[in-house]
Design a binder for this molecule. Sequence first.
Ligand SMILES: [Zn+2]
Length: 153
Amino acid sequence: MRVRVQENRHSRSDVEFIPDDAGDYRDQLLDIIQRMSSGYWPHIGVSVGWYPLIVNANEQLDALCHNYKITSLTKSNGTIQYFFRLPSYDDDELVKKCIAIVVKAQELARKTCEVCGEMGSPDKSGRFVFCETHTKKVVRRKRTSNDEVQRDN
Ligand SMILES: [Zn+2]
C-alpha cells in the first residue's frame, strides 16, 4: 500500500506543487516540497514574503541533516509553523540546533511583511504581519468592504 502511495506521488510531478509566485525560489521550494512525506498533499503554506525565511531555514536544516523531512509547513498565528522530522533523535545537540533554526525563522517572520518581505510588524489581531505599505492597503480594503456592507443594508 505504501508503495502505491509513493507511485501516485511520483505520477504527479512535485513541480506541480510549486506556488505560482515562487519566482527565484522555485528550485528551493521544490526541495522543500520533496521533503514532505509521501501520501500527504505537499503544500507551501506561507505567503511569498516569507519564502526567503523558509528557504533559508531549509538550507540550514539541510546542512545539519541532509535527509531530514518536513511534516507540515503552514502559517499559524502570524508566524511560520515548520514541523520537521529527523531520521534519529539520538543526538540532542543536533535536535536543539534544528529547533533553534525554526525558532529563528519564526522570530524573523514576526518582523517580515508576509506580502513583500520588507520589514513589518504584526497587525492588531496578531495573525498577520505587514509592512507599512501593506498595512495601509489592507486597512483600505477593509474600509471598502465595510462601506459595501453598509450600502447593502
Ligand atoms: Zn509589505
